[in-house]
Design a protein around this ligand. Sequence first.
Ligand code: NAD
Ligand code: UD1
Length: 338
Amino acid sequence: MAILVTGGAGYIGSHTVVELQNAGYDVVVLDNLSNSSEKSLERVEKITGKKVTFYKADILDREALEEIFNKEQIECVIHFAGLKAVGESVAKPWEYYQNNVAGTLILVDVMRQHGVKNIIFSSSSTVYGMPDAIPVTEKSPKKDCTNPYGWTKSMLEQILSDIQKADPEWNVILLRYFNPIGAHQSGTIGENPNGIPNNLMPYITQVAVGKRPELGIFGNDYNTPDGTGVRDYIHVVDLADGHVKALKKVQENAGLCIYNLGTGVGYSVLDLVKTFEETTGVKIPYSIKERRAGDIDANYADATKAKEELGWEAKYGVKEMCADSWRWQSQNPNGYED
Ligand code: NAD
Ligand code: UD1
């Protein structure tokens, strides 16, 4: 029996394939490569010394999915495939709802027709919107999202929960990621954004490697200790391990489970810049810009539930995150094109 990883050639997916293979699981990857390169999987194979079965396929393509489920013995799907650029989702809402929501509906339909009723889904802390109190627990209310990307996550959580409620044979594990950064310690796989990075760490590493002149910090008048936004950064290898641990709940037939995956510690933009500089010895020039629409002051996780129920806890701190992000970027200035 194998684990099907949709979006497995992407940033979090490729790191999760490594941890799954290291834990002894057989892995099948499906990806349409719309935001990734097959080279990531070649590098995964080098890290683990194991073969990855890969299908270049789209989750919207029912026939292709049928073929994979007919051919492979899938016991659980870890579902990363989706579009994730917040700004783009505002400009192209139809494309985001079609790809993320319609794609998942097709995937889940093919799964149930093949008797595969186990899914681990990539959700996001974005479902908490502007939280009333931090740290947020899984019981904190879901709020309005500020963009269509966020809504696809919120809606898919609801859809998968309703499917599990109607058919308790389903195990649905919703993992709410905080801010994944870092890269595999080998420096051979990592985040590879197209164009100008939206997120903070890839922007910092692109400034560090000389691709961009300076970092723009979006606002220094937030209600936080130094005025810049506070987030819960989590090492992508810890996040990947959270998926391996979440499989335990599938094996226990636990039904619907929701977990925050974060470290429980908040760092400001300036904290992250300072830690990056101290860890790598590379200076990051920056200037303060206007606030970015939709940003919140601060958010970080209460990850007690994942610790108690999954035995999962983040092992790496922000220094390791900075060092590993930098190793990946400096060894691969052009991502997988190097
Ligand atoms: P990524 O873009 O690197 O990976 C997503 C992968 O899905 C890509 O390889 C892409 O080619 C593939 N894909 C997209 N649409 C597809 C389709 N229709 N059919 C087949 N493959 C398709 O992104 P990531 O950072 O690894 O994120 C993985 C998941 O985690 C996404 O669902 C994302 O929304 C979610 N998530 C990411 C973050 C983050 O900060 N990176 C935070 C919270 C949640
Ligand atoms: C963003 C998304 C969120 C998504 C998450 C992970 C928004 C509003 N939210 O979260 O939906 O799940 O990414 O993909 O886009 N910053 C700068 N300069 C930059 C980039 C970021 O100052 O060039 C600041 C931001 O204002 C924020 C912090 O850095 O305070 C982190 O930003 P980012 O990495 O984009 O993550 P989020 O905003 O938390």
